[in-house]
Write a protein that binds this ligand. Structure first.
Ligand SMILES: Nc1ncnc2c1ncn2[C@@H]1O[C@H](COP(=O)(O)OP(=O)(O)OP(=O)(O)O)[C@@H](O)[C@H]1O
Ligand SMILES: [Mg+2]
Length: 475
């Protein structure tokens, strides 16, 4: 029986079945220890056999008389072998005890080891010599008539002497001790089996749950993909009629279709304005779905940062003036050029500046700054292991800082989610749909860059965008 097999046993087998064996319940070393201490106490040789006849513990020495006979007398030697085999065969019977007499006058006491009504093995005490034996017995002489009686007697009497009653008591003692050992062994076996069973059970449970999670995850992913597809199609299809609406309202406003009253002009202007807003929203959605599906084409070229920043400042200054917010820029000299999509980069800066203006009260300041920095580049095949070669790469750090309401720490990650707005109440002062930052983040990542939010002192937010000058990976 291997350890694995024991472990595979069910609890029923361990508690009710008859498959228990002595070796499983008690370690051999423990049995040997016990046998040794009994031998030391009582001086009687002792052996323990499993039910299958395997010798599990042995504290016995060959008696001198046996050695003498085996060496000098052929017939006695054969008879002794018969004794050894006979002792092994002795059935302790329903009483659980039986004696076996050797022709030398020595006696063996065989005791059944039982546990919980199951036969587990046998204990053999002996050979020992009862005090009643005072001469070389007739049985020995019958086997070996020529034996040197004086010599044999001297050797025979060296055998441990004990009364049978004493040996029986020792045996009872031993059985008591073994019972205890077996009980605790059985308990330990049950406990560990139970533990194993419960571990196995919870493992199975976990596996099942894991499978379900994976299923749910796959489903969600598929749904997400469908959503992106849907968004892309819908926004694309909405754009065409919308451009018509915008175009025609523009023409109406210009009087191409004839003069209009001022009220009509007002209405048409509103149509045009709302149409533009709608178009922006739809373009955002389209961008987002393209970014999500990775189909947004990047048209990279050499980008000069100073010109880009100047352009953005110029673009937002009318809005800034309207809101009474000051816009400043601070671009370091001789910045390296970026290998990037200029339109997308402009979109990033415009979105960030637009936010900054939106969330800064009048008299505040929005600053766009750029400086040179460097980023770590991991080797292309780096998979999170130990990175031996990490090279530095030139990069540009863009900052859009404001003196506005700022962003609480717990919102700093969430604001990059699509449609997420810190204040989404209907009483919100400013417009927007919450798409800007999610697009910005994806665009930045599309350039192998990073974006994060810092606090401005004493108030306001700083959006820090770091972009490597070249592509970090060669893919
Ligand atoms: N500079 C800022 N200061 C304070 N809060 C900000 C700032 N920038 C963004 N936020 C918060 O993050 C939210 C998400 O910004 P995001 O640009 O994604 O959406 P939006 O500006 O509300 O709408 P959209 O950009 O689609 O017109 C904002 O609604 C606002 O709550
Ligand atoms: Mg925005």
């Amino acid at each position: 029986v291997t350890v694995a097999e024991v472990r595979e046993r069910t609890l029923d087998e361990l508690t009710l079945g008859s498959s228990l064996s002595l070796e499983e319940l008690v370690e051999r070393s423990a049995l040997n220890e016990m046998a040794k201490s009994f031998h030391q106490l009582f001086g009687v040789p002792l052996r323990i056999f499993s039910d299958a006849g395997v010798l599990l513990a042995d504290v016995s020495v060959q008696p001198a008389i046996y050695e003498y006979l085996a060496e000098n007398h052929r017939r006695a030697k054969a008879a002794l072998q018969e004794v050894v085999a006979g002792v092994k065969r002795v059935d302790p019977g329903p009483k659980g005890e039986a004696a076996y007499n050797c022709f030398t006058g020595a006696v063996y006491h065989v005791v059944a080891i039982q546990y919980d009504g199951r036969k587990l093995g046998r204990l053999v005490l002996g050979p020992f010599l009862p005090p009643t034996v005072k001469e070389i017995p007739q049985t020995l002489l019958a086997v070996e008539p020529e034996v040197d009686v004086a010599a044999a007697k001297e050797l025979l009497f060296r055998m441990p002497r004990a009364r049978e009653e004493t040996v029986r008591q020792i045996a009872r003692h031993l059985r008591g001790t073994l019972d205890l050992i077996l009980f605790s062994g059985h308990k330990a076996l049950l406990t560990s089996s139970m533990h194993l069973a419960s571990v196995r059970e919870s493992f199975r449970d976990l596996q099942e749950k894991n499978g379900k999670l994976q299923e749910a995850y796959d489903k969600l992913k598929e749904l997400d993909r469908l959503k992106s597809n849907f968004l892309a199609t819908v926004s694309h299809e909405l754009r065409t009629p919308l451009t018509s609406i915008i175009g025609y309202s523009e023409m109406l406003a210009e009087g191409i279709a004839g003069d209009m009253t001022s009220e009509q002009k007002d209405f048409v202007r509103t149509i045009h304005e709302k149409g533009e807003q709608l178009l922006e929203l739809i373009s955002g959605l389209l961008d987002l779905s393209k970014l999500e599906s990775g189909t947004l084409a990047m048209r990279r070229s050499e980008v000069a940062i100073d010109a880009l920043v100047a352009d953005v400042v110029q673009t937002v200054s009318p809005t800034a003036r309207k809101r009474g917010v000051h816009v400043a820029s601070q671009v370091d000299d001789a910045l390296p050029r970026l290998w990037a999509d200029p339109t997308r980069l402009r979109q990033v800066l415009l979105n960030l500046t637009d936010n900054a203006l939106k969330f800064t009260p009048p008299n505040g300041t929005v600053t766009i700054s750029a400086r040179a920095t460097s980023v770590d580049v991991a080797p292309p095949d780096d998979e999170g292991g130990v990175v031996l070669l990490r090279s530095k790469q030139a990069a540009i750090e863009l900052r859009v800082s404001d003196t506005g309401i700022g962003i609480p720490d717990e919102e700093k990650l969430k604001v990059f989610d699509a449609f997420y707005q810190v204040d989404s109440s209907s009483t919100r002062q400013v417009g927007g749909t919450g798409l800007g930052l999610s697009i910005v983040k994806r665009l930045v990542e599309g350039h192998d860059g990073r974006i994060m939010i810092q606090d401005n002192k004493p108030s306001g937010a700083i959006f820090v965008v770091t972009l490597p000058c070249r592509r970090a990976t060669l893919s």
